[in-house]
Design a protein around this ligand. Sequence first.
Ligand SMILES: [Zn+2]
Length: 422
Amino acid sequence: MHGREFSDNDMSAFKGRRRPGYSALLDAVRAGECDVVVSTEMSRLTRHPRELEDLVDLIEATGVYVSALRAGHIDLSTSGGRVTARILGAMARMESEQMGERIRSKLAANAKTGKPSGGPRPFGYQRVDGRLVVDTTEAKLIEGWAQAILAGSSVSSIVAELNASGIPTVRGGRWTGPTVNQILSSPRMIGMTSSGGEPVAPADWPAILDRRKWEQVKGVLNSRRRGPTPRKTLLAGLVECGLCGARMTGAGRGPNRSRQYVCQKQRAGCGRMTATAGAVDDYVNGVVLGAAELANLSIVRAERHVKDSARLIAEVAEDEQLLNDLAADLGARRIGRAEWISARGPLEERLRENRAALAAVGAGDRLPPDLVQLDDAKWAALSFDQQRAVIALFIDRVTIDPVGNKAGSKFRPERVRASWLA
Ligand SMILES: [Zn+2]
C-alpha cells in the first residue's frame, strides 16, 4: 500500500476558487489510481456542497472508500452517511461565512476610523485604560429611549429628537433608526458579552439597563418589526372549543354583531362548533366588568406583572444557560452537530416566545389610564385595545360548550365558561 498527498493549502474555502489539489485527487480516483481517500476533516475535503455532491457521484461510480479522521468514518456510499456529510458541510460553510463576515466588518470598521484595532467606543460608554466605563450623560439618554419605547414612542421620533438636539453619534454623524435600534438591542446594555445578538456571558463592563427592561424593549422593537396584527374580534385568541379544545377564530364579515367564533377544521379544530361572537363578547365583558368594578385594576395589574415577569425572566435565563451548556457540550465533543442542532431548535423557539411574552408584560398592555372603579360608561368609552387589555388581566381563556348534544351558534350563557387567571 502506498499513499499520495493532495493539498490545497491556504486556499480560501468559500470563494469558489478552483482547488488544483482537489481536482487532482478526483482525477486520481476517476483513473482508478486509489481506492481509499483519507481526510482530517470532512470540511477540508469538500469545501462546497457542490464538491460534496460531485464526490458522492464519484463514489457511486468507483466504489472508493472515503474517511474523515476527526468526524469518524463517514460512509458516503450510504444515505445516512451522505446526510451526515451534508450537515457537517453546511455547518462548516456557515461557520466559515460568519467568520468571513466578522473579519470583513472588523476591517471595514478599522478602515473607517483609521485605528489599528477596536473601532469607536460604544455609545453610553467611554474607554478608560482599555476598559469600558459608563458615560453617565449618555447612559441617561439610553434609559430615556428605553422608557420612551416602552411608553409607545417610535424609534424614528427618538431619532428626530436626537438629530434636533445636536448630540452626535460616536462616529460624529447623524442618528438613524438602525443605530438607535442596535444600541438598545445590544446585550452590552445589560453588561453581557454577545454572540449573534444574544447575550452569552457576564462582561467586565457595567450594565446600563436592567435585564427586565432590556428584554421588554427588545421585544417591543421586534414586534414592531413584524408589524401589528389587528384583531377584529374582541376575544380572538382567547376562545376555545369545548368539544375539541382548539382555538376558535373570528369569522364572518361585517360588524361584530354578525361575526361568529368558529372551530375551524383547517386550523386543527373539529369543525363542529360555532358561537355568535357579539353575544359571547357581551357576556364576557359583563363578567369582567363585574370583577373590574370590585378590584383596583392598578393593583391587579401590578401583581400580574410581577408574577409574569418573574416567571418569564427565570425561564429566559434558564434557556440561555441550557443553550450555553449545549454549545459547551458541542465544543467538548460530548454531543455531535446533529444532536446540537436538534436540541437547540426548540430551546430557541421557547426563548423567542418568552421574550415576546415578557415584552407584552407591561409594555404591550394598553390599559386605560383611569383604572379605578371601571363602570359601564367608562368601559364603553374604552378603545378596542384597552378593552382587550382589561379582559386579559382577568381571563385566561373562554370555553364554548355545546348546547345539549348540538353545537349550534345559539347563545346561552351556560355555554360560556370563562377561566380566570389565578
Ligand atoms: Zn372544536
